[in-house]
Design a protein around this ligand. Structure first.
Ligand code: HEC
Length: 120
């Protein structure tokens, strides 16, 4: 989940910079990471449903909506759908009895060694 957290932050800053190819890439990587979690941790001791089922149920719709906003280069839609995605992360944390772990939209970019601006 630490990688997921990194992708989640980078996705936000890519969208903020209107670097849509980077945003698309980060969203793709975020999904791959969650697929790996589903493959390597198909069950979680505290989860009421198997992890792959939880990902499918909770994340599919927000991810698809975000993909649409990115494809449309829609900054307003991106911001809105990013919040929906973040809420879905937290919904899964609650579903896995991990609700004390709350993720939020990042306020400060911790990646000072990467430019999020679209290259000129
Ligand atoms: C399938 C359910 C599920 C989804 C979806 C999910 N998480 Fe998690 N997350 C967990 C579980 C379970 C843990 C507890 C850690 C463990 O046992 O591996 C966790 C832990 C975390 C942690 C704590 C890591 C640490 O060690 O501090 C962060 C941060 C996190 N998730 C971020 C996210 C973000 C961001 C998203 C959405 C992009 C997300 N998670 C989506 C289930 C999920």
């Amino acid at each position: 989940m630490t990688l997921t957290q990194m992708r989640h932050a980078k996705l936000w800053f890519a969208g903020q910079a209107a670097n849509w190819p980077l945003a698309a890439y980060e969203l793709d990587e975020l999904q791959e990471g969650m697929q790996d979690a589903a493959t390597f941790h198909p069950t979680h001791k505290d989860a009421p449903l198997p992890v792959p089922a939880l990902i499918e149920k909770i994340m599919k719709d927000p991810v698809q909506q975000l993909e649409k906003a990115i494809a449309a280069r829609d900054a307003g839609g991106f911001a809105q759908q990013f919040d929906a995605l973040t809420e879905a992360c937290n919904a899964c944390h609650r579903a896995t009895n991990f609700g004390f772990n709350v993720v939020t939209k990042p306020s400060v970019n911790p990646y000072s060694n990467q430019s999020f601006q679209p290259p000129q």
